[in-house]
Write a protein that binds this ligand. Structure first.
Ligand code: AMP
Length: 288
């Protein structure tokens, strides 16, 4: 695996390796969820590139940018072992050269769910992903449904600004007990780690009710919140039942693919998770 840090090194790699490329952008501190994206990319691309960049523009002033776990050496070993071809590990100056002054601002899809609680977050995500897509020039790019809103923001980015690549979504990888894998899980104490499982229980309850025929968004939301609040230390920021693609509220009963999304604080850690109800297959691959 070659490790590159600059735009010039990336360009040189491209010239030497013209075969189609699958791309997995990450913030590092890699776990099995990230590796599921790498495996999915390897299954349908001759070469696979991963990027590791803790993107400052997607963190708010009171968020965990400086505390975010940075484990580049062990990440490199993990990617080598996984058979990855290229790692882009840019510095902030590589991603945002002096004078950088342009931001992408997502529309309504970025304004629901996490939007009001993380002002500027999806603008930071869309801007850095657009830049990475231009620099890395992949044929396909892979994202995890763990961050469902991010996936739908980037789907619109691809379609609206006509990026010539295919975006592929990979299901959330979970621990054996159901907790969604996340680099932020390591912030949790042992007690919080078991309390966090209530998020998965709440989503499982929503899926069960939907399978039993419940189609009213407000009833599903109430039920999910009720199960979530059985763990008193979990402080929900939101529990939402929304259209899976637009992330807007559903009027009437559920008739199209739907997402149940949760954000909750547990101590100092903010956790998110979601499930989808109905057939979201058409949303799992996006291209022009
Ligand atoms: P991050 O490093 O947290 O920015 O995540 C990089 C990519 O990995 C994003 O597309 C995430 O959605 C994805 N990802 C993170 N956690 C998981 C997981 N548990 N399962 C699948 N994909 C994940």
């Amino acid at each position: 695996m070659q490790v590159v840090h600059t735009r010039a090194e990336l360009l040189a790699w491209h010239e030497a390796h013209p075969a189609p490329l699958g791309f997995v952008p990450t913030m590092g501190n890699l776990h099995a969820g990230h590796l599921a994206l790498v495996t999915a990319a390897q299954a349908e691309n001759a070469q696979v590139a991963v990027s590791i960049f803790v993107n400052p523009t997607q963190f708010g002033p009171n968020e965990d940018f400086s505390a975010y776990p940075r484990t580049l050496d062990s990440d490199i070993a993990v990617l080598e072992a996984a058979g990855c071809d290229l790692l882009l590990a840019p510095t902030a100056a590589t991603m945002y050269p002096a004078g950088t002054d342009t931001r992408i601002v997502p529309g309504a899809v970025g304004e629901s769910l996490c939007g009001p609680f993380r002002p500027g977050h999806f603008s930071g995500v869309a801007t850095v992903v657009a830049t990475l897509w231009h620099l890395v020039q992949p044929q396909r790019a892979y994202f995890g449904t763990k961050d469902w809103q991010q996936c739908m923001v980037l789907r619109r980015l691809l379609l609206d600004l006509a990026f010539p690549l295919e975006m592929v979504l990979v299901p959330t990888k979970r621990e054996a007990d159901g907790l969604a894998m996340s680099s932020r899980n390591q912030y949790l104490s042992a007690a919080e780690r078991s309390q966090a499982l209530q998020i998965h229980r709440a989503l499982t309850a929503a899926v069960g009710a939907f399978q039993d025929g419940e189609r009213h968004p407000a009833t599903l939301q109430r039920l999910t919140l009720e199960v979530l609040s059985r763990e008193a230390d979990l402080k929900p920021q939101y529990v939402a039942v929304v259209d899976a693609e637009t992330l807007q509220p559903i009027t009437g009963s559920i008739g199209s693919p739907t997402t149940v999304a949760i954000a909750a604080h547990l101590g100092k850690t903010r956790l998110i998770d979601n499930c989808v109800l109905g057939d979201v297959t058409p949303l799992l691959r996006t291209c022009l």
